[in-house]
Design a protein around this ligand. Structure first.
Ligand code: SF4
Length: 481
């Protein structure tokens, strides 16, 4: 499908007029100072605009120019810019910046090659500085531009660099300078990475929506059972009663999946509010641990299941509320919360026994119909699935034994649905509450949707919903037909 790029860009440019201006553009307009644009751009990498804006303001109050920056120690810069992502590395870049600018007469250079010589400046940063600070012909391709250009089918590329190269060939020059700020605002507002708001998008009738799972609103949904496409969401809520206070019911209503599976509910049925047990449009099923405030599962489903099976028929495991299986016409849905191997690997043996029992359970069911398994597996499978693989090799969740079980499970044909679609690093589902880990994206991918070997073709899309807060985990999503 060939799109009319002029129509797309002019329509969304009009749409984003009243949206928040991306922070680097704002600083450029307010300061008209290439030094501030450069510094803010370095700070903005992998950091939310709001955090960048506050950190930039603190830093510029102490160091309004290069001379001011020279006087600050690396430690002071760290404190001023915290909690931007990778603040230590960025403080190091900024400490070296005055010296690095000396060959350019201590002013920010106006060409790509020179900018790329500066510490902490990659292609994206350099292009953004050229476009925003100097109004030079440059196309800054960040994750939003790369993603949305591919959704539109205007490019078919695997990396932002490839996208930049294709755009340099085909995007009319009149859009080069502003394309980043328009699309970043659009990508943060309507065309979000997860559940974009296609239902209110001004170009929805023209957009091919390549690879997109639009948000679904209750009024748009067909009656359950009359549509092939089903949306499943899984979330370790780390305490359902706590997350209820943070707007859980509104989240369910907004996302409106066909099945919403929860782990670590940490509640007995008698501790649940009526609102939680009876969300409009859903049946809910609960499997709690015998021990209060521990483990536990729940599944909300629009369609009433044929059968609900609690546990694995193994007393040792079932008293911990770790497996809840719902049977539907043409698939089984297994919601599971794998044990944690625990400090000192005290429960590693127990965990490996659980893993094997779960695998056997899935194999048994897969002989009859499709099996979807979701939940907190409490293991990062590969080094790409956690921020610090080297330092965690002996820690629970990344031991060779736990990873070997995942190897075995996947070798048996089970599909890690997220990796079927996404190969990029730094995609996590759990972050420690300590050290501002989520803000800094120091996380682990330990929550999964898996399907049995024969159901690969039923998987339409899978993703991580990292913008949904309320727990130390974020939800994961599967579109299944
Ligand atoms: S229709 Fe959906 S996918 Fe396409 S641009 Fe709009 S929000 Fe994005």
């Amino acid at each position: 499908m060939k799109i009319n790029i002029d129509k797309f860009i002019t329509t969304i440019a009009h749409e984003v007029k009243n949206y928040a201006v991306p922070v680097v553009d704002l600083i450029a307009v307010q300061s008209e100072d290439p030094f501030k644009v450069l510094v803010a751009t370095i700070l903005s990498a992998r950091t939310k605009d709001e955090t960048t804006a506050k950190a930039s303001a603190r830093l510029f109050a102490e160091a309004p120019d290069l001379e001011g920056l020279k006087k600050l120690s690396e430690n002071t810069i760290q404190k001023l810019i915290y909690p931007v992502g990778f603040y230590k590395a960025k403080a190091g870049y900024l400490t070296k910046l005055p010296e690095a600018l000396e060959p350019f007469n201590s002013i920010v250079p106006q060409d790509l090659e020179s900018l790329l010589k500066l510490p902490g400046v990659g292609r994206k940063t350099a292009n953004l500085v050229l476009a925003v600070a100097f109004k030079k012909e440059a196309i800054c391709v960040d994750t939003h531009v790369h993603r949305i250009m591919n959704i539109w089918g205007y490019v078919q590329t695997k990396t932002p660099l490839e996208t930049e190269m294709v755009l340099r060939e085909k995007l009319p020059k009149k859009y080069w300078l502003e394309i980043n700020s328009i699309i970043v605002a659009f990508g943060q507002g309507l065309c979000r990475p997860v559940a974009p708001h296609c239902d209110v998008c001004p170009i929805s009738k023209l957009c091919p929506q390549t690879g997109v799972i639009p948000r679904r609103r209750p009024k748009d949904q067909k009656a359950q059972g009359k549509t092939d496409r089903k949306t499943f969401i899984s979330w370790n809520v780390n305490g359902i009663r706590a997350v209820e206070k943070k707007g859980f019911i509104e989240i369910v209503k907004k996302l409106s999946p066909d099945i919403f599976a929860l782990q670590e509910t940490k509640a007995q049925p008698g501790q649940l509010s009526e609102e939680l047990k009876n969300i409009n449009g859903y049946e809910s099923y609960w499997h709690s641990a015998a021990r209060k405030g521990y483990s536990g599962l729940a599944v909300y489903t629009r369609q009433k299941p044929l059968k609900v099976i609690e546990g694995l028929s193994l007393e040792e495991m079932d008293q911990e509320g770790r497996v809840l299986t719902l049977e539907f016409d043409d698939f089984y849905f297994i919601n599971t919360y794998f044990p944690n191997a625990q400090h000192g690997l005290a429960r590693l043996d127990y965990k490996l026994r659980f893993n094997q029992a779960l695998h056997t359970h899935a194999e048994f069911l897969a002989r009859k119909k499709s099996v979807v398994i979701c939940g907190d597996f409490n293991v990062a499978h590969k080094p790409i699935d956690l921020k610090n693989p080297k330092t965690n090799q002996k820690n629970p969740g990344f031991t060779p034994e736990e990873r070997a079980w995942m190897d075995q499970f996947i070798a048996a044909g089970y599909i890690d649905t997220f990796r079927k679609f996404h190969q990029e690093p730094e995609q996590y589902t759990w972050w420690s509450y300590k050290f501002n880990a989520r803000e800094r994206n120091i996380g682990w991918r330990i929550d999964y949707f898996m399907v049995d070997p024969k159901s690969n073709k039923r998987v339409l899309e899978a993703d991580i919903m990292s913008d949904i807060k309320g727990s130390d985990h974020c939800p994961v999503i599967l579109e299944f037909k």
